[in-house]
Design a protein around this ligand. Structure first.
Ligand code: SF4
Length: 225
């Protein structure tokens, strides 16, 4: 494990700022429906208009935990599928890398949800990245780290969260103009729960021949965390 040295011969354990660690059902991605443990980290720099985890935006939310204690808490939950989410996990890049390495080496499948605003290239290729491409309706579309599109591969997935028809047309165009996306495992179009009925998005995808797959947040349908 990578640790930050404070003085020669003395090391401080690496910490993560953690909002919550819990066990639930994976609600998104091609792994939707699988039991999964989640590590929700504090702090996000995006500020999407539709944020459904505002409690995790504050970098001071939650509590400090060592990487070792987070890994132990995850292990205690007993699931082999683990998602590191937020907030924006890559704001705590070193700690996330250390946590992911521990979990991967222990045989877990590790997913990482990221808002797409930060470089993913240094991450362990075993991590399954689920990257948002923010649409105009999010208010932060210009924040996309475009270099990430050249890095993602068949172990990774991309998600467009759509607020309405304009976002849908924008996302459809983005996919058509971005050949790198042919390399990712899946492209998801996910409706904002409160503003775009999933049935309307399904009808648009059906009519257009499917630039992406419909992703409905299963955990919200089930009414679980
Ligand atoms: S990236 Fe996620 S956590 Fe951050 S503001 Fe947007 S929806 Fe909220």
């Amino acid at each position: 494990m990578k640790e930050a040295a404070t003085s020669p011969g003395r090391r401080m354990p690496m910490n993560l700022r953690v909002c919550e660690i819990f066990r639930s059902i994976q609600g998104e991605s091609t792994r939707a429906g699988q039991p999964c443990s989640f590590v929700r980290l504090a702090g996000c720099d995006a500020g999407c208009t539709y944020c459904d985890t505002p409690q995790a935006q504050d970098p001071a939310a939650g509590r400090d935990m060592t990487v070792a204690s987070v890994a132990a808490a995850v292990t205690d939950l007993g699931e082999s599928l683990v998602e590191i989410t937020g907030g924006e996990p890559l704001l705590q890049r070193d700690g996330v890398a250390a946590l992911a390495a521990r979990l991967l080496d222990a045989g877990c499948t590790v997913m990482l949800e990221t808002n797409g605003c930060h470089d993913v290239s240094p991450l362990d290729p075993r991590i399954e990245i689920v990257m948002d491409v923010k649409t105009p309706g999010s208010g932060v579309a210009k924040r996309l780290c475009r270099a990430n599109l050249d890095v993602l591969d068949g172990n990774d997935e991309v998600k467009f969260v759509l607020t309405g028809r304009e976002d849908y047309l924008w996302a459809r165009e983005f996919v058509a103009r971005t050949p790198q996306l042919s390399r990712v495992r899946a492209i998801h179009f996910s409706p904002v729960w409160e503003t775009l009925p999933a049935a309307a998005l399904a009808a648009w995808l059906r009519a257009d021949g499917g630039a992406a797959r419909l992703a409905v947040q299963l955990h919200k349908l089930l009414g679980v965390q």
